[in-house]
Design a protein around this ligand. Sequence first.
Ligand code: AMP
Ligand code: GLY
Length: 436
Amino acid sequence: MKILVIGGGGREHALAWKIRQSPRVTRIYVAPGNAGTARDAENVPIAAEDIPSLVKFAKQEKIDLTVVGPEAALALGIVDAFQNSGLRIFGPTQIASQLESSKVFCKSLLRQADVPTADFQVFREADDAMRFIKGRFPGERDRCPVVVKADGLAAGKGVIVCKRRDDALEAIDRIARRKEFGKAGSQMVIEERLEGQEASVLAITDGRTIVPLPPAQDHKPAFDGDAGPNTGGMGAYCPTPIVDDTMMAWIEEHVLVPTVHAMKRNRKPFRGVLYAGLMLTNTGPKVLEFNVRFGDPECQPLLMRLKSDLVDILEAVVDQRLDQIEAPVWDPRPAICVVMASQGYPGDYQKGRPITGIDAADEMPDVKVFHAGTKLIDQEVVTDGGRVLGVTALGTSISDAKLQAYTAVQKVRWAGSWCRKDISDKAVQFLETQNV
Ligand code: AMP
Ligand code: GLY
């Protein structure tokens, strides 16, 4: 089989690395890929959003299966375009991708399907939204527990978590008056701010059968102790003990099943990865958002632990026979992924810094360095993005996996590289509180 992976981040490197382990696969292309996928697969210089060129390439090369990493391509309708050309592709259609690409669509579906989520209201006009905030919290300048969200995709920046009333008014101004997020801000959702731990529960579905993957935890804020601005994710580990088997069963019954069924009933069948971003509140898990693809970096520790052939699973989704394959087998050992980033990220940063030590880290047992923002210049690996590498390790326990991953991190260097030092500590803290 020939497989094409769309995207160029750590998630796509992990997908290509895992797909390569399938004995049925003869060639793997990644478009556009990075320095890591150049080694584990073959890069194709086509952007992930250049759908006509991707369709043309897939036809020319007789690609048997295409796997889409990033949400932007899905929201643009890459799956529809491939299917219309008779090509097999893993991922949701454009209309089903609205679960991620429109927060208004997502919240309406959650309400319709009676899935627990934060209370919310939708607004188009800044004046209405501001009046709502002032009416809801009269005379309370210092307490305004809301989150203001631009409706569309905004690379994670369109979600503004507020503390004070002025924060909310400012957020509304940025979205609806200053149009900082362009068309993505033509509508906005204002919702109640929830408290608790966050967890990522991903599931693979063919629109009918749902196969939940082990729960993971991302670390979105830039700095240790969850300080600083939000990023795409500075590290992840899997499985997370904060979601135990009982809670997982509850999430399947009250979140995944009703969502997939509501999509089917609405004639927008969802096929692909359904990723529920959850807040584990005092009154139970609530959905913060859905993503319609593998998480990055959650994908990296997840795939490190997957023992089954990923291609079998992806094909079963495309052929709508997920009920007929064996349940995926997971390595019982936990995995953690530590993201190494460029100086300045998530703000401005420089590119083109030579990286050393990747091979030394990769040679450690049960360690894999997934590339994200890297490229090859004259056979040398240099930085090419904010999140540069995802150093991923398996261990006998979460603490052991953490030690392995950070030992590997120590071997890798470039000018200005940094990472969070506390990836997976929440799990250890949680386990300590359970034991007392
Ligand atoms: P989203 O893209 O909707 O997941 O939001 C990004 C991040 O904003 C989440 O990972 C949370 O940390 C935070 N967030 C979103 N919605 C809420 C909420 N209702 N309450 C508290 N935090 C939230
Ligand atoms: N790690 C969060 C995301 O992929 O959206």
